[in-house]
Design a protein around this ligand. Structure first.
Ligand SMILES: [Zn+2]
Length: 73
């Protein structure tokens, strides 16, 4: 159990660091995607969301799905 937990935590930390780094790069440029970058989605991202989250690249649905998948593991 301890090993599993350590692995999950390590993975989570690496994932978060990567996500933060990517987010920081995008925020520096101030570029938000106008449409969801998920290949299987492509939904338009509302302007309010793009302004609230500079550099955002997922629509609300995909962002919520990501959250769920991450917290579920
Ligand atoms: Zn999407």
């Amino acid at each position: 159990m301890a090993d599993l937990y350590d692995q999950a935590t390590e993975h989570e930390e690496r994932f978060r660091a990567q996500a933060l780094a990517a987010q920081a790069r995008r925020t520096l440029r101030g570029v938000s995607a106008t449409h969801c970058v998920r290949d299987d989605c492509g939904a338009e991202i509302p302007e309010a969301r793009r302004r609230a989250l500079p550099g955002v690249e997922l629509c609300i649905d995909c962002a919520m799905r990501d959250e769920k998948e991450r917290s579920g593991r």
